[in-house]
Design a protein around this ligand. Structure first.
Ligand code: SAM
Length: 281
């Protein structure tokens, strides 16, 4: 674990997603990631915005029919299935949560894509694939859980073929936070088993350290962060499902933190794309 990172264990992450994936995905339009609103002031649904973010990530990979893609932190499988359908690629999704593997595999079966899209439990820090296995990979809002992103990026570099792209979508820090917002972000991270939210400015060096070359950096915060937090807070406030008594206080604390983060422009969201050089550097 690196200094400044929370010590989030794989077990704690698995426990959270085993317990919460189905409901969270319902509230966020099927996937478990922030949305993208092309017109920031427009009132598009969370599901439409979620689909738009997945399209941006899909386009970033530039994969073709028959290519193989690694989805590192696949959630309930929705982004992988969309990627497979849109591009004709084969996708392997990994996650720490057994419940996510169950939900994602059932979705692949239901959509008739199980021959091209599969899901399994694996830790990004110990990728169980031979070197050069994939024509593309993404970390779709999963890097934030990882206590050693440098190590994970190196391992992903190893399993990519030369010329392959890695797309990262993640919550980032755009500037130092005021104290009250810092406390809200700490609470948000604690409750969501997030190891660290890194400054966007740190990404080029992290990727270079892993032997990857930055292709593009897009700060999409204004199209994503306040809208997603606002929609999630509203959905949780009116959510009719019965919350177990022991989880009610935690839920109230989470909503308060996200309310504050809605008004915190220093917390952003970015899509960073890198590639593995065709010749070793
Ligand atoms: C916020 S969810 C994103 C899910 C999905 N990518 C999406 O966009 O809907 C984070 C995902 O990262 C996965 N994850 C976190 N740490 C991981 C690790 N070390 N190895 C594999 N998966 C991990 C979690 O299991 C979960 O599936």
């Amino acid at each position: 674990m690196i200094s400044g990172f929370r010590d989030v264990t794989p077990q704690a992450i698995a426990e959270l997603y085993d317990r919460r994936s189905e409901r969270t995905a319902e509230l966020l339009g099927g996937s478990i990631h922030f949305g993208y609103w092309p017109d920031p002031s427009e009132d598009a649904s969370v599901a439409a915005a979620s689909g738009h973010m997945t399209r941006l990530m899909t386009d970033a990979l530039e994969v073709r029919p028959g290519d193989s893609v690694l989805d590192v932190g696949c959630g309930t499988g929705r982004p992988a299935l969309r990627l497979a359908r849109a591009t004709g690629a084969t996708v392997t999704g990994i996650t720490l949560s057994g419940e996510q593997v169950r939900l994602a595999s059932a979705a692949a079966d239901a959509e008739g894509l199980a021959d091209r899209v599969s899901f399994r439990i694996a830790d990004a820090a110990e990728l169980p694939f031979p070197p050069g296995s994939f024509d593309g990979a993404w970390l779709f809002e999963s890097l934030l859980h990882m206590p050693d992103p440098r190590h994970v990026l190196r391992r992903i570099h190893d399993v990519l073929r030369p010329g392959a792209r890695l797309a990262i979508a993640n919550v980032v820090e755009r500037a130092p936070l005021p104290a009250a917002s810092r406390r809200a972000l700490d609470t948000f991270c604690e409750l969501n088993r997030i190891a660290a939210i890194l400054p966007l400015a740190d990404y080029p060096a992290l990727l270079a350290d892993a032997g990857l070359v930055v292709e593009s950096v897009a700060d999409v915060s204004d199209h994503s962060v306040p809208q997603t937090f606002r929609a999630l807070c509203a959905a949780l406030r009116t959510d009719g499902t019965e919350v177990p008594p022991e989880e009610r206080e935690e839920l109230r604390t989470l909503i308060d933190a996200m309310d504050r983060l809605t008004e915190t422009p220093e917390v952003g969201y970015a899509i960073v794309v890198a590639s593995k050089p065709r010749r070793p550097r």
